[in-house]
Design a protein around this ligand. Structure first.
Ligand code: ME8
Length: 655
């Protein structure tokens, strides 16, 4: 990617919904690349924008009862406002509803047609509106569902213009082969190659079933067709430079770097280069596909209520801390999980302890020993080993950056900070100064300043404001010139005087964002704990009183039923027992031997309803089988049966 001119893009985001953390991630990576390019003196063009046509947007507007264009205007503005709020350094914000863009798309359609790459036929197949993608039947899940997002597809049979994608199979494979870095990370390139090797179908590139899209050029005299939204959208990378309207700058930025999420790799790594080949335009330099963000291990979705709002995170934790976290936490291309705990750890540890504290130590020591003055010219006399160690790390950085390995870049960039912090512990300036080693102590402060300066310059693209503040404390401004002097030419920092200042990264103890869903879960858990505790206490109390508590499950393990005594007789020779036949609504009445004779006669019991424990193991009483037990209440005044207040069908469960 290192070249004199660079062109960096984000995807253009659909306006069916507002931005979330995933959109912010792509945009922050692209912004970091753009800022670094500018810092190293490249002429940089950074493009972002919104993708506003297609069935998905039309339906989203309809669902809300809004005019489609008015709805697109509204949501597009929320993206633009967010990026402005996030100080995203884009040079152009494109919208696919811009007139100039539409003209460019029409020109491309005409060109591809002239090239013989477009023909008319009938499309018959399945379409996923959510992904705005056609799928052959063989790729569907259970003959119906989208293999990418899992939503139901709809059957489409309509007249369509096709792009001869199949004609580009070999050319695409040759391009991947000859440009090992064209798709990053490289593992993703292999995926794409395998897909293309599996064979490409021609691509339906117009739709007739709705009309929220770019119309075909007039010459085609086919007003019912609108462009397929992906042809329309991908063309933004050319129309933003003036393709089809003002082409003076078209060749200015040949080396293009497209930042995308892995979900849209196929469109960028297969369709897009094929379209460009058809248009005889230069192919992208890199297509960088990052992974997917989840929240606390789960896919983010509105229905789950766990979508991370990037603005809320940035407001709570600081925009630049958030930027650092996103880029440091996850290997480019891999999936990442957003958790506030991980973010807090990064802020307190990497930023607070390693970086912020180093600046504090420098300010403290220079203030205490040298009235704030720091000189760097004798650093190499005393600390060459540390300088060498720092340089080894710095030399590794740029290749990592240009391979989009931003997490490794940041990891390596932290090593010099460790070198500086370790040097302080090792050389103990507080002892050196007492021993009269003034020069060594000043040189040590110089080493710290040098390391802070170099790290800040390299970190600038990730944390622009923070690093500007650090360098201001070190007496210089971050500019392409200072970058060139200090990083490229190894210039020694000029002497400067430090001032006391507020810590850059105040420690964060608690999660600052209230996650409604997590809060609800936490509350539920707390309530369950409290209930458990109360139960335990109650149980202990009850046990102390000789009563054991049971859970509801235990209660329901007992089958209680209403029944009618259909036969009742005394058990000979027994003072206590009656022999009852109780109808529980089963095939046969149950025989129950009940110890109630002292209080009830057989006649009194006959034809009355009783409550029976119906799932007791059968027991033998005086040689007779008892298949249940009657509920009764007994106190000092005697025993009475527990009966339903009103007659109930035999077998009615109680509970
Ligand atoms: O696909 N994790 O737009 P889109 C990481 N309009 N990144 C995520 C993410 C997540 N959970 N969710 C979204 C489109 N993204 C088309 C693009 S380009 C010519 C047309 C990011 O609004 C990621 O970059 O659905 C993904 O590629 C993009 O948002 C999709 O945004």
């Amino acid at each position: 990617m290192s070249c004199k001119k660079s062109y960096i893009t984000t995807p253009i985001y659909y306006v069916n919904d507002v931005a979330h953390i995933g959109h912010a991630y792509t945009t922050i990576i692209a912004d970091t690349l753009a800022r670094y390019s500018r810092l190293i003196g490249e002429d940089t063009f950074f493009l972002t924008g919104t993708d506003e046509h297609g069935q998905k947007i039309e339906e989203a507007a309809k669902k809300r009862g809004e005019d489609t264009q008015a709805y697109a205007d509204k949501i597009s503005k929320t993206f633009k406002d967010l990026w402005d709020d996030f100080d995203i350094s884009y040079d152009k914000f494109i919208r696919t509803t811009d007139e100039a863009h539409k003209l460019g798309v029409q020109k491309a359609f005409t060109k591809m047609h002239e090239k013989g790459d477009i023909y008319k036929d009938t499309y018959s197949g399945h379409y996923c509106i959510s992904c705005e993608t056609f799928f052959p039947e063989t790729q569907l899940v259970d003959d119906e569902f989208c293999p990418d997002c899992g939503k139901s597809t709809s059957i489409v049979e309509e007249e369509s213009y096709f792009f001869k994608l199949s004609a580009y199979e070999d050319k695409l494979l040759a391009w991947y082969e000859n440009n090992p870095d064209c798709i990053l990370p490289k593992s993703k390139r292999n995926e794409v190659i395998r897909f293309v090797e599996g064979g490409l179908n021609d691509l339906s590139i117009t739709r007739t079933s709705f009309d929220w899209g770019v119309k075909l050029p007039n010459d085609f005299n086919d007003p019912k067709h609108v462009m397929y939204v992906w042809l329309d959208a991908l063309m933004n990378y050319l129309t933003a430079l003036g393709y089809g309207t003002d082409e003076a700058n078209m060749d200015k930025y040949p080396a293009r770097v497209h930042l995308i999420g892995k979900d849209i790799l196929r469109f960028h790594a297969i369709y897009w280069p094929a379209f460009l080949m058809s248009l005889d335009m230069p192919l992208p330099k890199h297509i960088g596909a990052h992974g997917w963000w989840t929240r606390n291990g789960e896919k983010m979705s509105k229905s789950k209520g766990n979508v991370v709002n990037p603005k809320e995170v940035a407001d709570a934790y600081g925009l630049e801390n958030f930027r650092y976290f996103m880029l440091r936490e996850v290997p480019f291309g891999g999936d990442g999980d957003f958790s506030q705990r991980a973010l807090i750890d990064r802020i307190n540890s990497d930023l607070g302890n390693d970086l912020g504290n180093l600046l504090n130590r420098l300010i403290g020591m220079s203030g205490k020993y040298f009235e704030g003055r720091v000189e760097c010219d004798l650093v190499s006399k005393y600390y060459q080993a540390e300088l060498d160690e720092m340089q080894t790390s710095l030399d590794k950085l740029e290749p990592m950056f240009f391979e989009l390995q931003l997490h490794r870049f940041l990891e390596e960039l932290w090593r010099p900070l460790t070198v500086a912090n370790r040097a302080i512990d090792k050389y103990q300036p507080w002892t050196m100064i007492k021993e009269g080693k003034t020069e060594e102590t000043m040189a040590l402060n110089g080493l710290i300043a040098t390391i802070l300066a170099k790290v800040s310059l390299m970190l600038h693209a990730v944390m622009p404001q923070t690093t500007a503040t650090v360098c201001e404390a070190l007496g210089f401004e971050i500019t392409p010139e200072s970058f060139k002097n200090i990083i490229r030419n190894g210039a020694i920092l000029e002497a400067f005087v430090t001032q006391k200042r507020e810590p850059l990264f105040p420690r964060i103890e608690e999660e600052l964002l209230v996650d409604a869903r997590l809060e609800a879960l936490k509350k539920e858990q707390e309530e369950a704990e409290a209930k458990k505790k109360a139960q335990k206490e109650g149980k202990e109390k009850a046990q102390a009183e000789g009563v054991a508590l049971i859970g509801i499950d235990q209660f329901f393990a007992t089958s209680l039923k209403v029944g009618t005594v259909v036969k009742a007789e005394e058990v000979p020779k027994s003072k206590k027992l009656l022999l009852l036949q109780v109808d529980l609504g089963e095939d046969e009445p149950r025989q129950v031997v009940a110890g109630i004779k002292e209080w009830y006669s057989a006649e009194e019991m006959l034809n009355t309803q009783v409550c029976v424990v119906a799932n007791l193991k059968p027991a033998k009483l005086m040689g007779m089988i008892s298949q249940g037990m009657l509920l009764a209440a007994k106190d000092e005044n005697g025993l009475c049966m527990v009966r339903p207040e009103q007659p109930k069908t035999n077998g009615t469960p109680i509970g």
